[in-house]
Design a protein around this ligand. Structure first.
Ligand SMILES: *Cc1c(COP(=O)(O)O)cnc(C)c1O
Length: 412
C-alpha cells in the first residue's frame, strides 16, 4: 500500500502524547522495518529465533535469558503463569485451572493501574488470584510480609507514571521481602528506559514493551531468571498460544535492542530539550495558560511541557482544549491524563520541530477563538469519555474525545 493514510481515509496524527498503543505505538525505526522485512519471506525454526532473541535480551539487560511475547500485557499473564507452573508441561496445559498449584499473586493496591487495561485483569487471565496489598496510597513492607503465605506464587511490581508515586514500597525492599519468603518478583517496566536497573535491584522477571521507547514492532520483552524465562516461553504450549508473536516481532526486538545500543541518547535528549524549550517560548504569554516543565515521574530522561489552563481566564477547560486539538485534521493528540486537574502535557519524543510548531500554533488558535472567560462544567471522567466514544465503533469518532455530549461544547 503506497500511502496508507489517504488510501484508507485516515487522518494524519501529530503525536504530542508520548508512545500510545491507541495511536499505533511507535513510529518504527528503519532498522527494525528492514529486519522485519528481511525475515518475512523465510521459514524459520521459531525456537532457534527465540533463542537468538534470548541472547540479545540477555546482552541488553544483563539478564540470564529472555524471550519475546505479544506485548507486556501478555508478559504479565505469562510471567505469573510461569511462576505457578514452572516447567511442568502438565500444569502448563492445565491453566487457567490452577488446582494443585500455588496461585496467589501479590500486588500493591497503588500499582493496580489501568494502562489501557488493568494490571489485575492481566494477572487473573492466567488463572491466578490477585491479592491487593495496602491501600491506594499507602503500603508497608509489614503488609507485604503479612500477605505472603503458602499459596503465594509471585508478586507483581509496576514501574509507571500511572501508579501512585509515593507512600508505597520501593523495589529494593519489595524484592528483599519477597525473596525472604521465596516469592519471585515480576516487574512491569513497559514504558521505562532503564534496561538493567530493575534486574540489578533484584527483580526475577522484567517486562518491556518493544513498541514504546525501543521503537520496535508491537511485542513484549521478557528478561530475567533462566528457569522462569524458560517457563514463560513454554506457556506457548498453553495459554501463551493466544498471545503469540510472529517471526517479524521476534526479529524486531533483536533489531530494536541492537539499535538502542547504537543511539546517541545524550544527543536525542538535547534535541528533545530544545523542542520543549521551543514550545515553552511559543506558549508562554498566551492569556489563560500557565506553562512550565514537568520531569517524567519515574525518572525516564524526558521533560514534558505542562500547559495549565486557567479556566477563569481562558474560556476553555483543559479537557475542551485537548478535545479540540484531537478533532482537527491532522489530529493533534496531547497527554490528557490530567485534564480534570486543568492541565495537559506535551511530550517531545515523537514530534519533529515543525510538528511542535504546529501543535503550539493550534493551541494558540484554540485560545484565541475560545468563547471567553466563564466557568465551565466539571470535567467528566476520561474513562467515561472513552467508553461513550468507543460504543459507536465502527462509526469512527473524530479524535479521542468524541464521546462528549453536545452540551459540553461551551464553557460557562
Ligand atoms: C504500556 C503499558 C503496558 C502495556 O504494554 P503493552 O506492551 O502495550 O501490552 C503495561 N503496563 C504499563 C505500565 C504500561 O505503560
Amino acid at each position: 500500500m503506497a500511502e496508507p493514510l489517504s488510501s484508507l481515509g485516515l487522518r494524519k496524527v501529530i503525536n504530542a502524547s508520548g508512545t500510545m498503543t491507541a495511536l499505533g505505538a511507535s513510529a518504527v525505526s528503519p532498522e527494525v522495518i528492514a529486519a522485519a522485512a528481511s525475515i518475512l519471506p523465510h521459514f524459520v525454526v521459531m525456537t532457534e529465533l527465540q533463542a537468538a532473541a534470548s541472547q540479545s535480551i540477555a546482552d541488553a539487560t544483563g539478564a540470564e535469558a529472555g524471550c519475546v511475547t505479544a506485548c507486556v500485557a501478555a508478559g504479565i499473564t505469562l510471567g505469573v503463569a510461569a511462576c505457578m507452573t514452572g516447567i511442568e508441561m502438565a500444569r502448563i496445559e492445565q491453566l487457567p485451572d490452577t488446582r494443585g498449584m500455588k496461585n496467589e499473586v501479590l500486588l500493591q493496591k497503588g500499582h493496580n493501574v489501568n494502562f489501557g487495561a488493568s494490571v489485575s485483569q492481566m494477572i487473573a487471565l492466567s488463572g491466578a488470584q490477585v491479592l491487593e496489598v495496602g491501600t491506594a496510597t499507602s503500603c508497608g513492607a509489614y503488609q507485604l510480609r503479612g500477605a505472603m503465605g503458602p499459596q503465594t506464587a509471585a508478586a507483581v511490581y509496576v514501574v509507571s507514571h500511572h501508579t501512585v508515586q509515593s507512600g508505597l514500597i520501593d523495589l529494593n525492599t519489595f524484592c528483599a521481602v519477597c525473596h525472604d519468603g521465596g516469592v519471585p518478583v515480576i516487574v512491569d517496566a513497559a514504558s521505562e528506559y532503564d534496561l538493567r536497573g530493575f534486574l540489578s535491584q533484584g527483580a526475577d522477571l522484567v517486562l518491556y514493551s518493544a513498541h514504546k521507547f525501543l521503537g520496535g514492532l508491537t511485542a513484549g520483552v521478557i528478561a530475567g531468571r533462566r528457569d522462569l524465562v524458560r517457563a514463560c516461553y513454554l506457556q506457548e504450549r498453553g495459554i501463551g498460544r493466544a498471545m503469540k508473536v510472529g517471526k517479524e516481532g521476534v526479529i524486531g526486538v533483536i533489531a530494536a535492542l541492537t539499535r538502542w545500543h547504537t543511539l546517541d541518547h545524550a544527543a536525542i535528549q538535547r534535541e528533545e530539550t530544545r523542542r520543549v524549550d521551543l514550545a515553552v517560548g511559543r506558549l508562554r504569554g498566551l492569556p489563560g495558560l500557565r506553562v512550565t516543565l514537568e520531569p517524567d515521574p519515574t525518572g525516564n530522561p524526558i521533560n514534558r511541557v505542562k500547559v495549565n489552563v486557567v479556566p477563569e481566564q481562558a474560556g476553555v477547560t483543559a479537557f475542551q482544549l485537548a478535545r479540540r486539538l484531537g478533532e482537527g485534521d491532522p489530529a493533534i493528540v496531547v497527554r490528557d491524563h490530567h485534564v480534570d486537574r486543568d492541565y495537559i502535557l506535551l511530550d517531545p519524543c515523537n514530534l519533529s520541530d515543525e510538528e511542535m510548531e504546529q501543535v503550539c500554533a493550534r493551541i494558540a488558535d484554540v485560545m484565541r477563538t475560545a468563547p471567553g472567560p466563564g466557568r465551565s462544567s466539571t470535567p467528566p471522567s476520561m474513562a467515561d469519555v472513552w467508553a461513550e466514544g468507543i460504543m459507536r465503533w465502527p462509526d469512527t469518532p473524530r479524535g479521542r474525545h468524541a464521546g462528549t455530549k453536545k452540551g459540553d461544547e461551551r464553557p460557562g
